[in-house]
Design a protein around this ligand. Structure first.
Ligand code: ADP
Ligand code: MG
Length: 661
């Protein structure tokens, strides 16, 4: 059944629903309420002046209708309730008048004016309150779509759909936990008969979501174990060591360990499937370069994937610099590579002329054929997702894979959600790095901020300035980057060059400006969070963030990580008029792991995986943090299910979903 086949869902509704990401019946029935309203019968004597009240009773007097200008109207009547008589007024419901006859039982929801003994109703229901609590779901909506209609569509969909709702929980576990079936659980979540039943249904749906997720992880893990298909290489390690000694710096202890582990992985016949975790600025990139060099020495091609073009471009220019004296053939492939060049690159990838290819995730799309892809590296892994992991592993060739992530995830969570991978961690920072000085300032102190910026510019250093919005918006007084550019130009424009990048710009234009910043032709770079990941300009020593309260701590930490990339003292200024308590955590620590723990405590997993492209790390009803116990149970059960010799239809469906993701 398609959405459009649901009774009552017309073309207009379809458009509205798709605005909030509902495109299939499955999307619709799993559009869970984000909260519930508990309708409990109030008592006039116990309700304070100005409070919200829900009360039922019999109409005692015929409503008196008053009409105002512009089509507005108001009705007044008296209601006899169990706790006394009360006046009711309601605006703009003249159409209800014929139903509101004396003696009719209704429920009124509204605000109680105690001195006048009147309820100003926001809603009238043509029924009494049951003795039990009535629970009403409240949905995320979009303008033009009412809560009532949403509930209606969902219930219509539930009615029309019995076979098509997939239930991923195998019978064995349904019975073990005494879970209701999926249909019933969905019905309860959208029409809760009681608090207890609702709680049970929610747990069941959370378990199912986490079961599917952990089944996927477990499946990938087991596939990895069937390792024989990997590449056993011989690597001339003396050449690798020579390369390492030629670098302008000495590797840190953790970098050395990571390199050694990776080289060991590459030599083994098993496939490498490794996550390289390390705080921003800890030097993951060079480790990946060394890995690609070793892979090249053994005669295989490497692919380095980055989540944004800016980052891919930067990796490419770094590679060219680092390997300028080496005879490696490298290429950059992104969405904006011209067609002709692209075709040539495809050709050279196929015949093996290219040793290292850098690009966005287009690199592992089906139409790209490699001569002998031996190693795939994914930078900023949290921006991709489990599906990409699956995707890679399903490609014909079975390259070794290395994932890099600067989002430190508390260990326990990492073990679970990256359970299919081995993990290396870089904790030691490159020598000589100073702590980034962080301060929180209010908008009133903007003059101080400008002065601090000026001091920095005078030293010949560069500055990032971040704001949440691109342009002025009617319904928001957040700072926007266009405005900021004007203001910064007023303040510094006579001596310094100021420019702007944001997510809506064409990537060629973005790149141009990023390059100018890299070459210090631009001194102040204003930006939305597009520069959040990876960018490396060591001469940039100050990060200024407007409306800092809008960002999660992990995001702020990532942003701050753009500075402090050399031996120069760097600083970060967080500008905010509220939520400063939370922001003070940033003043106190530079440790990404600690910050992510704090973030976890404050906001659950929400911000950790980035809000933009984290795809399948976002759950519809489960929450990695709050539901961690369920997650662990689902991990255990789904593994047991996977390893069970018997393959029922459900299992085959789950596996096929992974393979075709
Ligand atoms: P991230 O882990 O955030 O990706 P990068 O790999 O971009 O960090 O490294 C940050 C900066 O530190 C780069 O300019 C890099 O050249 C430099 N760097 C990396 N390793 C070392 C080291 N051992 N000593 C000094 N500088 C280093
Ligand atoms: Mg990086």
């Amino acid at each position: 059944m398609a959405l459009k086949d649901i009774k009552g869902v017309g073309p207009r509704a379809l458009t509205l629903l798709s605005k909030i990401g509902i495109n299939t019946v499955d999307d619709l029935v799993t559009h869970y309420p984000f909260r519930y309203e508990f309708l409990v019968r109030g008592n006039l004597a116990e309700t304070n002046d100005g409070d919200h009240i829900i009360i039922d009773g019999k109409i005692e007097s015929s409503p008196i209708l008053v009409r105002f200008k512009a089509g507005l109207n108001k009705m007044n009547f008296r209601l006899v309730t169990a706790s006394g008589v009360v006046g009711v007024s309601i605006f703009n419901r003249a159409f209800l008048k014929s139903q509101l006859t004396v003696g009719t039982t209704i429920t009124v929801i509204g605000k109680f004016d105690k001195p006048k003994n009147v309820i100003t109703a926001s809603e009238i229901k043509m029924e009494s309150l049951s003795n039990k609590v009535k629970i009403e779901p409240v949905y995320h909506l979009t303008s033009g779509l009412t809560n009532k209609n949403m509930a209606l569509y969902i219930n219509m969909a539930l009615l029309g759909q019995s076979k098509e709702i997939h239930d991923s929980i195998p019978l064995k576990y349904q019975e073990k936990y005494n879970f209701s079936n999926k249909r019933l659980a969905l019905n309860i979540v959208h029409n809760p008969p009681s608090k207890e039943k609702l709680k049970e249904a929610i747990i069941r749906l959370k378990y199912e979501e986490l079961f599917e997720f952990m089944f996927k992880i477990n499946y990938l893990k087991e596939e990895n174990k069937k390792a024989n298909s990997g590449i056993a290489r011989s690597i001339d390690e003396s050449k690798v060591n020579n390369f390492i000694s030629s670098l302008p710096f000495e590797l840190t202890k953790d970098q050395v360990t990571a390199v050694n582990t990776i080289i060991k992985d590459l030599k083994r016949p098993n496939r490498m499937n490794r996550l390289l975790q390390g705080d921003v600025g800890s030097g993951k990139t060079i480790v990946s370069f060394i890995a690609m060099y070793a892979n090249y020495l053994s005669g295989y091609q490497s692919a380095l994937m980055a989540p944004t073009e800016i980052l891919a471009t930067q990796h490419f220019s770094n590679l060219k610099e680092v390997f300028k004296d080496y005879n490696l053939n490298m290429a950059l492939l992104t969405g904006s590579t011209p067609k002709k060049e692209k075709d040539l690159i495809y050709e050279e990838l196929k015949n093996g002329d290219i040793d290292i290819i850098v690009g966005t995730h287009a690199l592992i799309q089906d139409d790209v054929t490699y001569h002998n892809l031996g190693l795939v590296i994914t930078d900023e892994q949290h921006r991709f997702g489990v599906n990409q992991r699956a995707n890679l592993q399903n490609k014909g060739q079975k390259p070794d894979t290395l994932y890099m992530s600067a989002t430190p995830i508390p260990r326990t969570y990492a073990l679970t959600i990256y359970g299919d991978m081995d993990v290396s961690t870089i904790k030691t920072r490159p020598k000589g790095r100073k702590k980034i000085k962080t301060v929180v300032k209010t908008n009133k102190e903007i003059k101080d901020v400008l002065e601090l910026m000026y001091e920095e510019l005078k030293e010949g250093h560069q500055i990032y300035v971040i704001a949440p919005l691109i342009e002025e918006s009617e319904n928001s007084d957040l700072t926007n980057v266009n405005d900021l550019k004007e203001k910064m130009t007023l303040a510094f424009g006579s001596k310094y060059k100021i420019d702007l990048v944001h997510g809506k710009m064409a990537s060629a234009a973005k790149e141009l400006i990023m390059n100018e910043f890299l070459q210090n032709k631009v001194q102040i770079l204003i930006s939305t969070t597009v520069i959040e990941v990876g960018v490396d300009v060591p001469n940039a020593t100050m990060m200024v963030i407007f409306n800092a309260e809008r960002f999660g701590l992990s995001t702020l930490h990532q942003l701050r990580g753009r500075v402090g990339r050399s031996e120069l003292q760097s600083s970060c200024i967080l500008i905010s008029d509220n939520d400063t308590k939370r922001l003070e955590i940033m003043e106190n620590t530079n440790d990404g792991f600690e910050i992510s723990e704090e973030d976890f405590k404050l906001r659950g997993h929400g911000d950790l995986f980035g809000t933009k492209q984290s795809g399948d790390m976002t759950f519809k009803i489960a929450d990695l943090k709050a539901d961690y116990k369920i997650l662990l149970q689902a991990r255990e059960d789904s593994l047991e299910y996977l390893l069970d010799k018997e393959n029922d239809a459900n299992k085959l469906r789950l596996i096929s979903a992974i393979i075709h993701s």
